[in-house]
Design a binder for this molecule. Structure first.
Ligand code: NAD
Length: 564
């Protein structure tokens, strides 16, 4: 079978990326795109592969099956000096470029300002003219739940660094929402050495996470859950405990009981008031109720979120570290009538922005050989390259032990400016000298320092008020195109919804050639470099220091002699 193994004819079918070193495409640069598109749709990776949906509600890898076939066919024949243009998951054209140009350029879900609304998007989607690309779904670099686990690990590591001396040992985190993304919280907390008490109204969600070893145990009731969590905190054991219940009831109750909680956050599906289950509504009744009386349901959900957030602010007033984990619960609680909802910050301004100022962000890679030994070898290479970074070493070791691969073997970690290119070049050398069996694909989430404008999340509360300026992600995509990335994408709406974000992605293939080495050197410097520049421009001092330290040129800060 070819490079993409698929069965079942022209419509929905099972797709998996091929493994090994036999090429279907002319070069590894296109072969990588071919395999990564297929990998996004692997049934072990994608949520609804039959609909081409990879993750995040309706985030798709291709618009429809006819478009998927056309992309695959085009990649298989694409010359090393050609570039395929993909418009919202459909291949629109092929243009002659050159070897340094990306092999694929993608634009997904983009709408002009006044038209950037869900109803208009849905109308166009129904007409078959557009698709929702999320972030890594439409840019062919999704690697399963490891991505969210690592991001969550990194956030809690940053909480630990800011407030608890670098470790969560001896601390108790209270949160709710143990679903697709929120389910990463208990493991991310215990990986940082802490205790996690997590509430979910759906016992099935908690049990599923125990099955995946993301959650240690589910208590029979609240008393037992509190006892277990408090004992573990006292003994400085890293343990996670789940408890079934409605967060709008249990969070205020835990506050009322005076439990000594150190960190409070939430990942219930608050961004969509028809998904947050109001107080007094049964789990089984909620879908019908939401469908038949959406306005009444919304009012009740918002009223419950108001109580939930009021209790979170109660913990804040008692001295706990409290943050919004990107689910808009503060905004919904405010709509529900609670005035102090924004008393605590979002997680990006609180913990992630200082990392963004250093060009630090998500760095992920995938072994095209399909051999887990290649990831083990790259894990070791990262440990060797950055021996001083303890949090990174802890993550890489624990990920090696605890993360099951979905689809092609992959790894993710956060690296900063000056680190990403070093890792990429090392991988390229390892491909060249045969330590790795096949090339490595290096990419990232769009949630990065220079690649996103998202005023409710990544760019909330920028120092200069530039939250909604989307020039930055567009420049980031142009920089990566000019620097030699293998494919580059510009998306709209991922994570937070239509009208709320614009973001860009890049993927670069380490195929062991010296040309790939030159491209990696540029892309993996300039990509985070654009993030440092963005934060210098917004007035962050740490970014200025990093720019100066690494010689990143900022024209407005260079003294000009003027024309002579
Ligand atoms: P999900 O729908 O898979 O899970 C939500 C969970 O919340 C479910 O398990 C549900 O049972 C539970 N829940 C709903 N109402 C509840 C209530 N009143 N009390 C207790 N539990 C309740 O969603 P997900 O993919 O896990 O994402 C969760 C939220 O986090 C979303 O709003 C998402 O947008 C946000 N999110 C933010 C980031 C980020 O910014 N870092 C990343 C991922 C997800």
């Amino acid at each position: 079978m070819g490079s993409t193994e698929s069965t079942g004819g022209a419509g929905p079918r099972t797709v998996r990326a091929a493994r090994g070193t036999t090429l279907t495409c002319h070069t590894w640069q296109t072969e990588a795109a071919y395999r990564m598109l297929s990998n996004n749709l692997d049934p072990d990776v994608a949520e609804r592969p039959e609909d081409l949906v990879v993750y995040g509600g309706t985030g798709k890898a291709a618009r429809d099956w006819v478009s998927f076939d056309a992309i695959i066919r085009t990649l298989a024949t694409l010359a090393p000096d050609e570039t395929m243009l993909v418009q919202s998951g459909r291949p629109a054209g092929v243009v002659r470029t050159h070897e340094w140009a990306p092999r694929v350029l993608l634009a997904n879900s983009n709408l002009v300002g006044d038209w950037a609304t869900w109803p208009e998007f849905r109308r166009l989607e129904k007409l078959g003219l557009i698709m929702y690309g999320q972030m890594t779904a439409g840019s062919w670099i999704y690697i399963g739940t490891q991505g969210i686990l690592q991001g969550t690990y990194e956030t809690f590591a940053a909480v630990a660094a800011k407030r608890f001396g670098g470790s969560l040992a001896g601390t108790l985190t209270l949160t709710a929402g143990c679903g697709g993304m929120g389910g990463a919280q208990p493991l991310a907390v215990t990986m940082n050495g802490g205790v996690c008490l997590i509430i979910d109204i759906d016992p099935g969600r908690l049990r599923r996470r125990v099955g995946a070893r993301y959650l240690d145990t589910v208590a029979d009731n609240l008393d037992e859950a509190i006892d277990q969590a408090v004992a573990a905190k006292r003994d400085r054991r890293a343990v996670s405990v789940g408890v079934v219940g409605n967060a709008a009831i249990l969070v205020p109750e835990i506050l009322r009981r005076g439990v000594s909680v150190d960190i409070v956050t939430d990942q219930t599906s608050a961004h969509d008031p028809l998904s947050y289950i109001p107080e007094g509504v049964g789990l089984g009744d909620a879908p019908d109720y939401a469908a038949t009386k959406p306005e009444e349901f919304t009012d009740r959900a918002r009223a419950s979120m108001a109580k939930h957030v009021e209790a979170m602010v109660g913990f804040l007033d008692a001295g706990a570290e409290v943050f919004d984990y990107g689910n808009s619960i503060r905004g919904e609680a405010q709509l529900g009538g609670y005035q102090r909802a924004f008393a605590f910050p979002g997680f990006v301004p609180a913990y992630i922005r200082p990392l963004f100022c250093e060009g630090k962000g998500p760095f992920r890679w995938v072994a095209l050989s399909g051999d887990p030994a290649d990831i083990a070898a790259t894990d070791q290479a990262v440990l060797d390259l950055f021996p001083e970074n303890e949090s990174l070493a802890r993550w890489i070791r624990m990920a090696g032990e605890r993360v099951a691969f979905q689809g092609l073997p992959a790894r993710i970690c956060w690296l900063g400016y000056g680190e990403r290119d070093r890792a990429g070049l090392r991988f390229n050398e390892m491909v060249a000298d045969g330590r790795l069996k096949a090339p490595i694909v290096i990419g990232r989430d769009h949630l990065d320092c220079g690649s996103v404008a998202s005023p409710y999340r990544e760019t909330e509360g920028m120092a200069d008020g530039s939250d909604a300026i989307a020039d930055w992600p567009l420049l980031n995509a142009l920089v990566n195109t000019a620097s030699g990335a293998s494919w580059v994408s510009i998306h709209h709406g991922g994570g937070v919804g239509i009208g709320r974000s614009i973001h860009a992605g890049q993927v670069t293939v380490a195929d062991g050639t010296s040309l790939a080495g030159q491209k990696i050197e540029r892309v993996l410097r300039n990509d985070p470099g654009s993030g440092v520049i963005r934060h210098v421009d917004a007035g962050y001092q740490r970014a200025e220091q990093v720019a100066e330290q690494h010689g990143i040129r900022i024209p407005m800060r260079e003294s000009g002699g003027g024309p002579s």
